[in-house]
Ligand binder design. Structure first.
Ligand SMILES: Cc1cc2nc3c(=O)[nH]c(=O)nc-3n(C[C@H](O)[C@H](O)[C@H](O)COP(=O)(O)OP(=O)(O)OC[C@H]3O[C@@H](n4cnc5c(N)ncnc54)[C@H](O)[C@@H]3O)c2cc1C
Length: 394
């Protein structure tokens, strides 16, 4: 029998942060971090950015091996948890071994969505370090590349592939780029940029079929490509939780303390859906910020009995060629948009400014984050004054 304590399932960005934060908060019980992938926990964001062009895998590792022994954290890489027995408070490992827990943290992340596209088995993924290694091999010689999906990851990959000198086409089912995450104005801004960088864009066209020489679109047009990347979104890894009878709602459903429907089980990061503090809507975010801030809140509850609702302002970034897109806040589908100045767009709803989008303007992004973190509603006038640093009478 193992010594009960905290078990963390998933050793990605959020799972590792939970282990780090438990020790930082003074938790003295046993901490076991279990990850399905081999090797040390690593960061994914560079996989679609610097890693593709530079190939430095060491720079991705989040903590060295020595960290785990120093902090007395048991790390089990290459181990996929197969089941949770909630009645016995145990997780089941391959081969049937069981580990006891007092508290369980689910940090199982997401996997690529696989839309029903004929021949999709030919397309490559970009989710793990192994995927990115494979893509680097493929990109070692000049070729024409098609990307299915014009979201953050597809466009980051497209920009990196152009930088490496490849011909690139992006195929996007919606009629604008990054439609799930940015305003129409910002979509237009990046459409012009990618076209200027020489990327061919096919918008409003879901890929219909992939074959050895490219991708066929619904209108019969064939986009020729030797390599096809699938970057059409993700789905949360909720099966473990679902099989254990936990509530699921576009992710493992949690309350504002990030507790699942079983109070001894928490969920964090990409696999968790939680109440957005501003709108009250149940949301699931795919960002390093959400995963690590969730982890810190959960660790403080377990280690010190802290009892605060999750209230962090969401923020996101995407590096596409020499442009850093940053988003402070979270806008719902009903949001309208206003350009504050070129490269700065505010998204508004009935309660005021919900989010601010900036390009290559870290100062404005940080000021927007601070303002949104203040708690109360933010008017467009206040946001404009803050990001442009002008005086305003309140
Ligand atoms: C190419 C790429 C680029 C990105 N760029 C950005 C960016 O610029 N900015 C940003 O904010 N975010 C970015 N993201 C998203 C960001 O990486 C994720 O939001 C973040 O990693 C979420 O952390 P997580 O801990 O929830 O999940 P993950 O980091 O995905 O970790 C989940 C882990 O759980 C493991 N797992 C799943 N099931 C089990 C099981 N049963 N047993 C054991 N282990 C299991 C998985 O194998 C995985 O290793 C990017 C993601 C990718 C793929």
């Amino acid at each position: 029998m193992s010594q009960p304590g905290v078990i963390i399932v998933g050793a990605g960005q959020g799972g590792l942060q939970a282990a780090i934060s438990l020790r930082q908060e003074g938790y003295a019980g046993s901490v076991t971090l279990i990850g399905a992938e081999p090797g040390l926990p690593y960061q994914r964001p560079p996989l679609s950015k610097a890693y593709l062009t530079e190939g430095n895998a060491d720079a991705l590792v989040l903590r060295p091996e020595s960290f785990f022994s120093t902090k007395d954290i048991t790390y089990l890489p290459g181990t996929r948890v197969e089941a949770i027995n909630r009645a016995a408070r145990q997780v089941v490992l391959p081969g049937g071994a069981r580990l006891d827990y007092d508290q369980l943290i689910l940090a199982t992340g997401t996997r690529n969505l696989r839309p029903s596209i004929q021949g999709l088995g030919r397309a490559l993924d970009l989710r793990t370090l192994a995927d990115a290694r494979r893509l680097r091999e493929v990109l070692a010689s000049p070729r024409r590349v098609a990307v299915i999906g014009g979201g953050f990851i597809g466009l980051e990959f497209a920009a990196a592939a152009r930088k490496l000198g490849h011909e690139v086409a992006v195929i996007e089912a919606e009629d604008r780029l990054m439609s799930r995450v940015v305003s129409p104005l910002m979509s237009d801004h990046f459409k012009a940029l990618h076209e200027g960088w020489g990327t061919e864009l096919h918008l409003g066209q879901p890929a219909a079929a992939v074959d050895a020489i490219g991708v066929t679109l619904p209108d019969g047009h064939h986009v020729s490509a030797a390599t096809v990347l699938l970057a059409a979104g993700v789905c949360p890894n909720t099966e473990l939780a679902e099989d254990a009878g936990l509530a699921i709602e576009n992710g493992i459903r949690t309350d504002d303390r990030l507790r699942s429907s079983d109070p001894s089980i928490y969920a964090l990061g990409d696999c968790a859906s939680f109440p957005d503090p501003r709108s009250g809507r149940q949301v699931r975010l795919e960002s390093v910020q959400a995963a690590t801030d969730h982890a810190r809140l959960i660790a403080a509850q377990i280690a010190k009995g802290a009892d605060a609702a999750y209230a962090a302002v969401p923020w996101f970034w995407s590096d596409q060629a020499d442009r850093k897109l940053q988003i402070a806040g979270l806008a719902g589908p009903e949001a309208t948009e206003t350009m504050i100045e070129d490269g700065i767009v505010a998204r508004l709803d009935a309660a005021g400014v919900a989010a601010l989008e900036t390009v290559n303007n870290a100062g404005a992004h940080m000021r927007a984050r601070r303002l949104l973190a203040g708690g109360g509603p933010v008017t467009l006038e206040t946001m404009r004054a803050a990001v442009l640093k002008t005086a305003v009478c309140i």
